[in-house]
Design a protein around this ligand. Structure first.
Ligand SMILES: Nc1ncnc2c1ncn2[C@@H]1O[C@H](COP(=O)(O)OP(=O)(O)OP(=O)(O)O)[C@@H](O)[C@H]1O
Ligand SMILES: [Mg+2]
Length: 291
């Protein structure tokens, strides 16, 4: 291979903004001249839609079911500015393990040396779930990704999912698994939301890669079937995604995080419950007071 391929996985709670964020990172990286493949690892197979005008593509597992000797090229489609798009797909509903499906899909591309052939700079996996199921730890465990990022808002369930992901990374770190790159803080529009995420990353020995506001520009872009980078390239939100993509591109120092134990996480959230009530009651002055 002529250059070094960087392998990145993006995790996070369901519906938190993984596919939106991942697609905007991919779009910003191709726009900057890199060769990028986005690999959707969600049975819904909707990861790469906004890179292709809202259109769905056949999944690797669908193609494999039709022809066990499928040519991997048949599962690769190009989108915005030549970005490569692949969807792993999933087992038939109610049958089989979606995590195993990811292994099968990734293996197919590996066996046929697709990453080398396409001379990629980045492959970005958009992964469903929060690593409660071992199958979804696959990109961490099997050396498929090197750097793992999680998308999180300041909501407790989202922080909880990020903490679980960190537990998964810590567990496999001695066996050469992927390391943690940081949190992509999504839907951060208020100082108290920023303060909650900042506190969580300081407790877990990690960091925030970028703060991404919740923005109607993203909604409007999605409704037009496109990323914000494509649909609204001159907006502040597109600049936020470009900044995020630059940081991810330059990122090298991933590490083993220090996730909170369940009891610690409970105490941590309870302390924030008290602080937020105090803010609402107007008892707190200073930055955290301005909700
Ligand atoms: N920063 C943002 N501003 C506005 N809307 C956003 C933002 N981030 C995500 N969204 C919206 O939230 C919804 C869910 O986002 P997305 O599909 O990317 O989440 P996901 O984590 O991939 O979900 P799933 O777990 O179902 O795959 C989408 O409608 C998306 O447009
Ligand atoms: Mg998604």
């Amino acid at each position: 291979m002529s250059k070094e391929l960087k392998k990145i996985a993006i995790y996070g709670k369901g519906g938190i903004g993984k596919s939106t964020t991942t697609s905007n990172i991919s779009a910003a990286l191709v726009e900057a001249g890199y060769k990028v493949l986005q690999f959707g690892c969600d049975p819904k197979s909707d990861s790469t839609n906004t890179l292709r005008d809202g259109k769905y593509i056949p999944t690797v597992l669908d193609l494999l079911r039709k022809n066990p000797k499928v040519d991997a090229h048949d599962a690769i489609f190009q989108g915005f500015e030549g970005v490569y798009c692949v969807e792993a797909g999933g087992p038939a509903p109610g049958v089989g393990c979606a995590g195993r499906g990811i292994i099968t899909a990734v293996e197919l591309l590996k066996q046929q040396n697709i990453y080398e052939e396409l001379d990629l700079d980045y492959v970005i996996y958009d992964v469903l779930g929060d690593v409660v199921c071992g199958g979804f730890a696959v990109p961490i465990r099997e050396g498929i990704a090197e750097h793992v990022f999680t998308v999180s808002s300041s909501d407790f369930m989202s922080v909880y999912a990020s903490n679980n992901l960190m537990k998964g990374i810590k567990k496999y770190s001695n066996a050469g698994g992927a390391l943690f790159g940081g949190i992509i803080a999504n839907s951060i529009n208020n100082p108290y939301q920023k303060a909650i995420i900042d506190d969580f990353v300081s407790r877990t020995g990690t960091g925030v890669v970028e703060y991404v506001p919740r923005s109607i520009t993203v909604t409007s872009s999605e409704l037009s079937g496109r990323t914000t980078i494509e649909a609204a390239p001159n907006t502040p939100q597109a600049e936020v995604y470009r900044s995020l993509a630059r940081k991810i591109a330059a990122h090298t120092q991933s590490k083993v995080p220090t996730p909170l134990e369940t009891e610690e996480l409970r105490e941590w959230s309870a302390s924030w419950a008290d602080q937020l009530l105090a803010i609402e009651a107007g008892e707190v002055r200073g930055e955290r007071a301005s909700i």
